[in-house]
Structure formats: C-alpha cells, structure tokens
Design a protein around this ligand. Structure first.
Ligand code: ADP
Ligand code: MG
Length: 340
C-alpha cells in the first residue's frame, strides 16, 4: 500500500524500502523459508506428508497502552516479540516464523531508533529460534503488530478447553511481577525506600517477559488445558473454566511470589498474583492420574512450576474461580480494552 507510507522522503530521511533493507531484511536466518522478505508475501516450506500443524497468533502493542511512551526502541521490540512468543507457549507450539507490521511516527524513523529496535528484535528471535519473514512498514502513531507462526505435532497443541474435574491447576514461575513492574513504571516513588535491585528486576521482566516455551513443551503430552497469564491468574484461569465448562479453586497460600515482592510489598503481592496482568507465565491443568509425574518434575528441578489448586465441577455454588473457597466473580473479568 502506497498511501501514508514512509516512502515520500527528503534526501536525509529514511524511506520505507531503506528501512526494510537496512533493518529487517537480513535480521534473522530464514530457515524453512522458500521465499522471504522482498516479495509480496513469504512462502514457507512444509513437509510433504505434514505431521505438523501450523499455530498462528497475532498481538499488537500500542504506544502508551502496552508500553510507556518513553520506553526505548530496544525495550519495545523485545516486549513485542516476547508477548507473541508467550502465545506460542500457551499452545505448546515451537515458534518458527513471524511477521512484523510496524507503524512508526516520522520522527522515530531515524537510524538510531531503528538500529536499537532491530537489535532488540534480533536478540529475542535468536534466543527463541524464530525468523522474521515479512511485514509492513507505515508512518503513523507508534504501534507494533507481530504475527507469529509456530508448529506442533498434529493434535499436540494445548487449548483452553480440556480441563476436567479433579485436574490439578499449576502455574509456571512467579506471579505478580507483571503488576509490580507496571507500578515501577507508573509510580517509581513506591520503590524509593526499596533496594534498587527490586525495581530493576521488575523493569527487566516487564520489557522482556520470559515466554515459557520450554515448560510448555515439557508438559505438552500431559496437560489437559493451558493459557498464558496476560490478564491476571483469576481472569485467565476463568477462561480455562469457561472454555472447559468447569470451575476451579485456588489456594492463595500456594501462590508462587518472588521473595522480593513478599519482603517489600507484603500487603499488595497476593492481589497482584491473583489479579495483576502482564506476568506471561503459563497456567495449565493436569489430569489427576498424572499429578505425581508433574510434581516429581517440579521436585527434581526439571520444571519451574507450582501446583496452586484444583478443577471442580461447575455448579451454582462453584460458578467460576474460587479463592480459598470464596467466589471471585466480581473481579473475574480481568483487563478489557473496551470496558472502563
Ligand atoms: P507490498 O507493498 O507488496 O505489501 P511492501 O513494500 O510493504 O510490499 O514490503 C516489501 C517487502 O518487505 C515484503 O516482503 C514485506 O513482507 C517486507 N517488509 C515490509 N515491512 C517489513 C518489516 N517491518 N519487517 C519485515 N519485513 C517487512
Ligand atoms: Mg506493504
């Protein structure tokens, strides 16, 4: 599309095609790609007798909504790719390829910004072994849309809908760091009497969440349902419940909360772990018969996860997610872009 692109330029400005050629075309190794950046679309080789399924997800990050306007290009790129990788983890897919639709204000279309952005992107792409294969570049308010393609063996993908009564509920990593990270961005004063390392860890995690691909592949053949926690544990476990037609009970004493949060934010950290967003950990369920296998992996240090609850049958008394036996309906909704 030609209108409103960055193409009309003065000699000092970078045009759309300069940007693509300099910062995106050779960003990553194009493995499995028959035709990469430079044509009207990319072509991907799939095995002839395909025993894999493609898994596709998109996420958009908007300036001032998903990251603060003073975030660096490097940080924005890393967060954009990581949140998309987290969707692959939720499906237990191996990430392979992605496209990047970049809308960029003209004042940011300079070499330094683009160099930092493409470096942030390249580092995460290398770490998670996925390749940039195409995209679009336009001028306008800063927004980044990544479409990620991954693969799973046929039938091995995890959905939200497979949980049944008696399943154990697990989460990976720590909860509440995302909400605490947001506080570090919006109200750094709340950290003024705390060790600097506390806010540093949270800010690092906010800009580079840790997509749980390895954990997802480990639990793939055992888990009955899975979701990544972007809107808060209770909201996202609620999605599993609604998709599966079940309820769930969470034991707050079991919530994995980082010692930094327990020590410095005693009063808030449980609320953050339950209702805060942006953690990008996984919440998954495991049938009763396999709980001992997963618990053993955790015990042996092969899986960084915690059993926090159990799936219940759905009823008037158990309408969704119960927290220590209490209904959580009033706060179940999580974050919604369109409802204040
Ligand atoms: P068209 O006008 O046919 O849509 P474009 O001129 O937008 O094609 O893009 C030219 C090539 O550059 C295409 O292969 C496209 O996928 C790629 N491309 C454009 N923007 C990006 C980007 N931000 N990152 C990666 N590839 C891009
Ligand atoms: Mg285009």
């Amino acid at each position: 599309m030609e209108r409103n692109t960055l193409t009309q330029k003065t000699s000092l400005q970078l045009g759309e095609f300069d940007i693509i050629a300099a910062y995106f075309k050779d960003l990553t190794d194009q493995s499995g790609v028959a035709l990469g950046i430079g044509d009207d679309a990319a072509i991907i080789d799939l095995p002839l007798q395909s025993k894999i399924q493609l898994v596709v997800a998109s996420d958009t990050l908007v300036d001032g909504v998903h990251f603060p306007s003073d975030a660096s290009a490097y940080q924005i790129a890393q967060r954009a790719l990581c949140v998309n990788l987290s969707d692959m983890a939720a499906m237990a897919a191996t990430p392979r390829w992605f496209t990047l639709a970049l809308t960029l204000p003209k004042e940011k279309a300079n070499r330094q910004w683009l160099k930092d952005f493409s470096m942030g992107l390249a580092e995460v792409a290398l770490e998670y072994n996925c390749a940039l294969i195409g995209g679009d570049t336009t001028a306008g308010p800063l927004s980044i849309t990544i479409t990620m393609l991954g693969e799973v063996p046929v039938g091995a993908g995890l959905a939200r809908s497979g949980a049944t009564t008696g399943d154990g509920v697990y989460v990976t990593g720590f909860l509440g760091d995302g909400a605490a990270g947001l506080l570090a961005i919006t109200k750094i004063d709340s950290f003024k009497n705390k060790p600097k390392i506390v806010s540093e860890r949270l800010l690092d995690l906010f800009y580079k969440p840790l997509p749980q691909i390895i954990a997802a592949l480990k639990i793939r053949h055992l888990a009955s349902a899975c979701i990544d926690i972007s809107d808060g544990l209770v909201a996202d476990l609620g999605h599993i419940c609604r998709s599966s037609g079940v309820a769930a009970s969470v034991d707050t004493a079991m919530l994995p909360i980082h010692p930094d949060l327990q020590e410095n934010f005693q009063d808030q950290c449980h609320d953050w772990a339950l209702f805060g967003g942006d953690d990008y950990q996984l919440c998954f369920t495991v049938p009763a018969a396999d709980l001992s296998i997963v618990d053993d992996w955790i015990y042996q240090g092969e899986l960084d996860a915690t059993r926090i609850g159990v799936i219940l049958s759905f009823s008037d008394n158990n309408p969704a997610v119960l927290i220590d036996g209490f209904k959580s309906l009033e706060r179940l909704r999580g974050f919604d872009h369109f409802i204040p």
